[in-house]
Design a protein around this ligand. Sequence first.
Ligand code: DGL
Length: 274
Amino acid sequence: MIGVLDWGIGGVDALVRLSRAVPAQYVYRSDSGFEPYGKVPPDVLAKRLDEVGRELAGRYGIEALVLACNAASAVLPRLTLPFPVLGVIAPGVALVRRAVADGARNIGIIGGEGTIASAAHRAALADLEVAQAARVRIVARPAQALSAHVEAGRLDGPEVDAEVARVARALGEDGPIDALLLACTHYPALSPVFARHFPGVRLLDPVDLLIEDASTRLGGWADGRTESAWIVETSGDPEATQVHAWRAFGVSLGRVRKSGLDLADDPIPARERG
Ligand code: DGL
C-alpha cells in the first residue's frame, strides 16, 4: 500500500498518474481539515506530516508515502517516518534544470508561502545561477491564495484572475520570464488562467518528473499487479473533495471517506484494504 498526501485535492492528478505508472494499492489523504500547509510553520507542519504518515501506516500498513504537495515536500528532510517518503521538490528542481538545458534563462517559481520561504528550490539550483554566470535568473514569489480557490472549485473568475495578475506583475518586476515552475500541486488546474497571464511562458509541472522518480523507486513494488485501486479520505469535507477534484482535474475519485473514523464505524470492504 502506498500513501499519497496533500493538503487538499492538489495531489489527485499525481494519484491518477502514479496509479497508472506503478500498479499498487493506494490511499490518498487530503488534509483539508487542517490549515493550508503553505501557511503552517515548518516545525508544526513536519509534526503533522509525521502524525498523518504514522496514522496511515497504522491503519492501512502503507510502506511508502508520496508527498504530492510542495509545502509538505519542503519539510521532508525533517520527517522521521520509518519508510521511504518521496516529495515534489527534487522533481521540480530537475524539471528546471531540464528547462535550462533546453534554453530557458529566466525562471519563475510560484507556490505557497512556506514553499517559497523555505527557498528549497533556489538552494538546490544555486549552482545554476553561479555556474551560468548570471545568465540564469530565478525569481520566486508566493501565490498562497490560489490553492484555496482551486480547493473551493473556483478555477477562474474575478478573484482568481486578480490574484494571477498580481503574481504575474510580481514575477515580472525585473523582466520577463520564459518558464514558470508551478510549485503547488493545485496550480495545474489553473493552467488556462496562467496561459492568459503568461503568454508564451512554458509551464513546468513537477508531477511530470515525480512519476519518473516514483516509477524508479517504487516500480518494483507492483508485485505482479496490473491494476491499481485507491481509497480516498479527507480530514475536510468529503463531498466538496469529490466534486472539486472532478471540476479541477476531471478525476472521478469514487467514494471519499472522512478520515479519523474507526474502521468499525465505516468499514472498508476487504478488497479495498490491499
Ligand atoms: N498542494 C499544496 C502544495 O503543493 C498546497 C498547499 C498550500 O497551498 O497551502 O503546496
